[in-house]
Design a protein around this ligand. Structure first.
Ligand code: ATP
Ligand code: MG
Length: 661
């Protein structure tokens, strides 16, 4: 291997090196949080590419969230392995389907519906079945589960009984609603998210010519977070492989948090049996967190029961000691939000960057009060899925123009010909009236100019970074891909804020400081977690949350919802025993509530005034309907096919579930 490839191995420990250099045959990494699984596979790809063993275009790396995919693309590029596809299962399948659809089916890919519930409700009504809101939600979840476990409508009753599902209605009725729902979609000519995977599977199975073409393209597969693969995703993976075994998977059974959607750690745990000659590596050294955080994480899993617990690996901390995790009990939720915002502010004042801080909660419905508290404390924040910079109209428009120019190539526009990328960006923006000289004065025109100037600066930085990494000069298409990646990871060049995210969306990510809030019975574990397995999954969510922190970790809960409330909330059962030896104490809400008498400060209208209107992410129209505001998209706007959408919707659904439950 050339010297430059070996450099990629620097900074890996011996076990991680074993992963990175095992470029042939099946590889499986079983390890706890923060042990460098993602790092090991990213470096493995980079090592293979730089050593000339893996062709960048022949590698498909699959991760589970859009943000994680974006981060992996960024890391690969910095390691000199740009051009490798790092995607979610959903976005990889969607791309393939869009590509093959005209040839295999003809015409354009049908529209994707992102809200199943209205169609499920319609199907129920057709079948003269009345479902209340809770039942509608639960029946919809059953249909999703059936689809990802590849269960047809007529097989649902038997399969659900076998899997021990608690069917919200008579299983035969659910089967009828499910069949009717599929029928409705056919009539309307629309697809849902599971259909994207199901149809990709169908095309690959039925059309050997298509399967051959996909397999000729992708020869090496890497799957991060493999413990959360669903049977449907596994089937797609098997079809991509087509009997080959150049597959590297990494996972942690202790972080299985998507079982409710049909995901299962079974494939991870059975990997050795399936591939007896696999290279299997276990990692236990935790590089992410301080010993205090690692100790707490081990404590969370120590109480675990069930299948995943049997495969538990105790983490061994590698980092210098840091502050003890903070446990705080608040009298009420506003006090908790205000107290959290104050601590966030303190951290920022002591030099922690806002982008290195996260506030994580169980359901998205909890975000609102933290948004308000952070805004009141003057702390910039970003919600997962919402990106201010890339949402600005001028930036969106510029993105579209650049994408068009990149697709057309320089042949279509002589002013772009072999100019470097910043020059091309200036030319494209210049054709729409942008000039390198800022307009006089402040105001909207100046703001608009600044945003576009930031894009030009990004292009310059992008080229400089590629040059430093010793790679070839990037093309406009590379830069457009970079913009997409940035939009996905929300690292705007000019906006940097505290992350607000659900625990599900935080998987695989890390921050210097993490605040886990709202840790009460009923929220974690959530009310509708009933069976032992469901409760264990809630525990794993806490484990995922704790292990996101590098240095500062704060856990909190509130005894009542509103100031002066009757209380009645109890701290999460998972905290029992963890608090021993931990610092922290009870912070009582001030009389009349933490924020004093708030007048109309808490009303929706007041919040709207403070933050400005919520706009549709697709068309920019101001939204007024509550459901639309939550989705940040008009009911009738076409889905933007954004890969993070699925994830957002999942969060949204969990949030709705909590509201209704
Ligand atoms: P998770 O289970 O949460 O996805 P992971 O096992 O994928 O975690 P990584 O995100 O790859 O872990 O690594 C955790 C942190 O530790 C990262 O900041 C990474 O850069 C750092 N790290 C990993 N391996 C090493 C190493 N050998 N030396 C120094 N730092 C490392
Ligand atoms: Mg990881």
């Amino acid at each position: 291997a050339p010297e430059s490839a070996d450099a990629v191995l620097d900074g890996l420990d011996p076990e991680q090196r074993a992963v990175a250099t095992a470029l042939h045959g099946p590889v499986c990494v079983l390890a706890g949080a923060g042990t460098g699984k993602t790092r090991a596979i990213t470096h493995r790809i980079a090592y293979g590419v730089r050593a000339g063993i893996l062709q960048p275009g022949s590698v498909l790396a699959v991760t589970f969230t859009a943000r994680a995919a974006g981060e992996m693309r960024g890391r690969l590029r910095r390691l000199g392995a740009g051009g490798v596809q790092a995607r979610t299962f959903h976005s990889a399948a969607l791309r393939q389907l869009q590509f093959f659809w005209p040839r295999v089916i003809g015409g354009e890919l049908p529209r994707l519906v992102d809200r199943k519930a209205p169609l499920v409700a319609e199907s129920a009504t057709r079948g003269r079945l009345r479902l209340d809101r809770t039942e509608l939600r639960d029946v919809t979840a059953e249909i999703e589960w059936a689809k990802v476990t590849q269960t047809a409508a007529e097989d649902y009753p038997l399969a659900a009984a076998k899997a021990g599902r608690e069917a919200p209605r008579d299983p035969a009725e659910i089967a009828r609603v499910y069949a009717g729902y599929e029928e409705l979609k056919r009539e309307r000519g629309v697809l849902d998210f599971e259909d994207v995977l199901l149809l990709t599977v169908a095309v690959l199975e039925d059309r050997p010519d298509v399967a051959d073409q996909v397999r000729a393209q992708y020869q090496h597969f890497v799957v991060d977070e493999y413990q959360d693969v669903s049977p449907l995703q596994q089937r797609l993976l098997d079809l991509w492989l087509g009997g080959r075994d150049s597959l590297c998977v990494v996972g942690d059974a202790g972080q299985t948090i998507y079982s409710f959607t049909g995901a299962t750690p079974e494939y991870l745990l059975a990997f050795r049996t399936r591939y007896p000659r696999a290279t299997v590596v276990e990692l236990v050294r935790d590089y992410r967190s301080t010993p205090q955080v690692v100790h707490l994480a081990n404590g969370v899993l120590a109480g675990a029961r069930g299948k995943a617990a049997a495969h538990r690996l105790e983490l061994v901390a590698q980092r210098e000691p840091g502050p003890a995790p903070l446990f705080t009990e608040y009298a009420d939720e506003p006090a908790e939000a205000e107290g959290t915002a104050r601590r966030v502010r303190q951290l920022i004042d002591t030099g922690v960057r806002p982008s290195e801080i996260a506030v994580l909660y169980r359901v998205n419905a909890q975000s609102e009060i933290y948004e308000q508290a952070l805004a009141d404390a003057g702390v910039p924040y970003q919600l997962r899925g919402a990106e201010r910079f890339f949402e600005r109209p001028e930036v969106r428009e510029a993105g579209m123009l650049l994408r068009g120019a990149a697709r057309a190539g320089s042949g279509a526009d002589p002013t772009l010909a072999d100019a470097d990328v910043p020059g091309q960006v200036r030319a494209v923006l210049g054709a729409r009236g942008w000039s390198p000289q800022p307009p006089a004065g402040a105001g909207a025109a100046r703001d608009r100019w600044e945003s576009l100037a930031a894009l030009v600066r990004l292009a310059e930085e992008f080229c400089q970074a590629s040059a430093r990494a010793g790679g070839p000069a990037p093309t406009l298409a590379d830069f457009v891909a970079e913009l997409d990646a940035r939009a996905a990871v929300q690292h705007a060049p000019t906006v940097e804020g505290v992350t607000l995210a659900s625990l599900h969306a935080a998987k695989g990510l890390e921050w210097d400081a993490v605040f886990l809030v709202g840790l009460t019975e009923g929220t974690l574990p959530i009310t509708y977690a009933r069976t032992d397995e469901q409760i264990e999954e809630e525990r794993r969510l806490l484990y995922v949350g704790v292990t996101r922190a590098r240095v500062h970790l704060a856990l909190s809960w509130a005894l009542s919802r509103s100031p002066g409330g009757r209380g009645g909330r109890r701290p999460s059962r998972f905290l029992t025993g963890l608090r021993r030896g931990a610092v922290g104490g009870v912070v009582a809400g001030r009389p009349g509530g933490a924020t004093g008498s708030r007048g109309d400060a808490g009303t929706e209208a007041a919040r709207r005034r403070r933050r400005g209107p919520v706009r549709c992410r697709v068309c920019g129209r101001t939204l007024s309907e509550a459901g639309e505001i939550k989705l940040m998209r008009c009911e009738d706007c076409p889905s933007d096919l954004d890969e993070s959408l699925y994830e957002r919707l999942r969060d949204w659904r969990a949030g709705r579930a909590a509201e209704l439950g």
